[in-house]
Design a protein around this ligand. Structure first.
Ligand SMILES: [Zn+2]
Length: 223
């Protein structure tokens, strides 16, 4: 049976082999790729992080790669530091995904985001939309309908610390609610989402992940 997946990491194994970690529509997979017999053309394309591959592996408990082909490559983004940084955070999110989620849906969404990242000239925007939309897979989606403090439906601000909307009695008005609402719920092409100061927005998003999902995405602020 042919599998498909995104290469998320590979590590050296013994003398001339690698263990390759992939994210697939069935969840995470790990495959041993040996340099010796079996693979004629080498396995560089199978071990390059970000490549999307189709592959056949053995049925063993610790499966070996039998053959593969490259479906898509991230090579186009490697000369853009902002795209590479965004990509690094997407990989970190994939590595953090819970096991018991709908992987097929998540996989398809991530493939779409990687394509957006390739063609967009605003990688921070692609990343911001992705990070807000994928929050639900971690079970920490923001509450954007009612005040998280008093349940009032007349909301006018968004609190990163509390993870949701606030009414006018519970917090001063801010423009974050509008952005988070649009980025979380809307489905449209990247260009159609409104633009904001993405450095500020990403700071908020990283803080949200740190507080509510216990995931540190801020590479400049590693603990
Ligand atoms: Zn309130």
């Amino acid at each position: 049976m042919k599998n498909i997946g995104i290469v998320i990491n590979s590590i050296d194994y013994k003398e001339s082999s690698k263990i390759v970690y992939l994210y697939t529509p069935l969840g995470r997979d790990s495959v041993k790729a040996s340099g010796g017999k079996g693979i004629k053309k080498g396995y560089l394309g199978f071990t390059t992080t970000g490549n999307v591959v189709s592959y056949v592996r053995s049925d063993a408990k610790f499966p070996s790669l039998i053959e593969y082909s490259i479906i898509d490559s991230i090579f186009d983004i490697t000369n853009d530091i902002n795209k590479l940084n965004s990509f690094g955070i997407i990989i970190k999110i994939i590595n953090s995904l819970p096991d018991d989620i709908n992987h097929e849906r998540t996989y398809n969404y991530i493939i779409k985001v990687l394509n957006d990242l390739k063609i967009s000239n605003n990688p921070k925007k692609v990343l911001s939309i992705f990070l807000i939309k994928i929050l639900y897979t971690f079970g920490v989606a923001p509450n954007l309908k009612t005040c998280v403090t008093c349940n009032n439906e007349n909301i006018n601000s968004f609190s990163i610390n509390l993870g949701g909307a606030l009414c006018k009695n519970c917090g001063p008005k801010n423009d974050k609610l509008n952005i988070w609402n649009e980025y979380y719920y809307d489905k449209k092409s990247i260009d159609e989402y409104q633009d904001v100061d993405f450095d500020n927005l990403l700071k908020d998003i990283y803080k949200y992940y740190s507080i509510h999902a216990n995931i540190n995405l801020d590479f400049n602020n590693q603990k």
